[in-house]
Design a protein around this ligand. Sequence first.
Ligand code: KG4
Ligand code: ZN
Length: 395
Amino acid sequence: AHAGLVLGIESSCDDTGVAVVTASGRVLGESLATQAEVHAAWGGVVPKLAQEAHEAAIDGCVEAALAAAGVAPGQLSAVAVTIGPGLSLCLRVGVLKARQLAAQHQLPLIPVHHMEAHALVARLGATRFAAVAAAQEAAAGPAAVAAAAAAAAEPAAAAAAAEPAEAEPAAAAAGPHVEFPFLCLLISGGHNLLLLVEGIGQYVQLGTTLDDALGEAYDKVARLLGLDLMPSGGAALEAFAARGDPKGVPLTVPMRGRPSCDFSYAGLKTAVRLQIEERCPEPTADNEQVRADIAASFQRVAVQHLEERCRRAVQWARESHPEVRHLVVAGGVAANRYVGSRLTAVAAEGGLELVCPPPRLCTDNGVMVAWAGVERMQLGLMEPPPATSAPAEGE
Ligand code: KG4
Ligand code: ZN
C-alpha cells in the first residue's frame, strides 16, 4: 500500500496533464494530452477550443495516469488541481473533474496555484529528474508527441511509470534536495517572476514583468517569423535560432538604465517586429537566413535581460539571505537550453547552484500539480472530503 498518494490535474491552458505522485516524490504514472496542433493553426490558444479539447481528454487522462500507476482511485490520499491563474473555461474542466473524484471517493481536495506548482516541482528532487526525463523520452518520442497533438480528442497518453517500482534507493527517498529559502525565476507564457521562496505559500516578489512575459514574446516573434508553432512558438523559435547569428541584428537589452528586478519585453517585441517588417515582411526561402539571424538575436538579447535581472537578485540574496543555495528556473521557457546554460553561469558566479527541471516538467504537466499537492498535504493545506449526506439527527 502507498501512503500519501496524490493525483494531480492541470488544465489551465492548452495541456491536459494528470499524474500520480507519492509523498516521497516518486512519479508512479503520468499522462499528458497537448493541444498544440489545435491552436497552432490559429496562431494562439483559443479558449473555447481549448475547453473542448480538455473536456474530450480529461477522463482518459485520469484513467491513463491511474492505470500507469497501477492505482485505484480509492487508494489515493488526495486530489490536487490547478485552480488558477489560467483560462477560466479551461480551469473549470480540471476543477470539475477533481471535485467529482473527491466526492465519489471521499478524498480531500488540494487547490494548487499554477505558478507555485511550477516553482515547487524543482523540489521533486534532482535525483528523480534523470529518471523522469528518461522515462518520458522513451514514452514520448517526436512521433508520440505529434500523435498526441493530432488526437487531442483522444487522451494522448504519454503514460509511463517514471521509475521502477522496486524499493527506492535511500538517497532518492531522502527527500527534496532544494531547501527553502531559494531564489526562483518563473518564466512562462503568462508570467515572468523573480521570487524568494521562503516556504509553501510564502513568497517575496523581487520582480515581475511590467508588460509581457518572455514566453509571450517568444510566441509572438515565432509567429511574426512565420514559424510552424509546434510544439510551441518558443520551442520552434529556439530550434530556428540555432541556424542564425546571435549578433546579426542590432537590438538593445531592455531596461538597462532602470536597475531593478523587473522585466519588460514589449519594447524588444516591437523592435523585432520593425526589423521583420523591414527585412523580411513575408517569410520565404530566400530570407530564411535573415529570419534566423533575427530569431537568434532576439533570443540572445531577451535572455541577456533575464541574466541581468537574475544577477541582481543573486547578489541581493547573497547579501541579505546567505542561506540561499539554489536558483530555480522553471515554467515553460525554462525548457530552453540556451536559457538554462546562460543562467547556470549567472548562478555559479554568485555561488549558487542552478536547478532547472527537465523540459517536460518545465512546460505544463500533471506531475508538478501532484507534487505541489503533496507538499500542501504534508502541511494539512487541503479541503476535507465533501460530505456525502447530512449528519443524522442527534449526531
Ligand atoms: O508554463 P507553460 O507551459 O504554460 C504557461 O503557464 O504559460 O509555458 C508556455 C510558454 C509558451 O510561451 C511557450 O512558447 C514557452 O513556454 N516555451 C518555450 C520553450 N518551450 C516552451 N520558450 C522558449 N524556448 C522553449 N524551448
Ligand atoms: Zn505554466
